[in-house]
Write a protein of this length. Structure first.
Length: 96
């Protein structure tokens, strides 16, 4: 029983360490006038939109470019997360 509690505490500490490390990671995507910076916890740190995209006749393009930028940033963050977990030896989950 105590071993399980100890193991759960270790897992929680590993997860916290990973989360803190990921918060320090930043990925940057530049795509067709959109510049997006996202941290390792998938929080948007900054978003810069080119002035050219801000007129109303480019609304549909702007929406598409933002969606694509977000998609690329999330995929890049997920790769960083996987690499970071591997470098930490992964979370030692029983049965996984």
């Amino acid at each position: 029983m105590f071993n399980k509690i100890k193991h759960l505490k270790e897992l929680r500490n590993q997860a916290k360490t990973l989360q803190n490390g990921l918060a320090q990671e930043k990925v940057e995507i530049e795509y067709k006038g959109i510049k997006l910076v996202m941290d390792g916890n998938q929080e948007i740190v900054s978003l810069d939109i080119s002035q050219d995209l801000l007129n109303t006749d480019k609304k549909q393009d702007l929406e598409e470019y933002i969606k694509e930028s977000l998609s690329q940033a999330i995929k890049k963050v997920q790769r960083v997360m996987a690499e970071k977990m591997q470098s930490m030896g992964g979370l030692n989950l029983p049965g996984m």
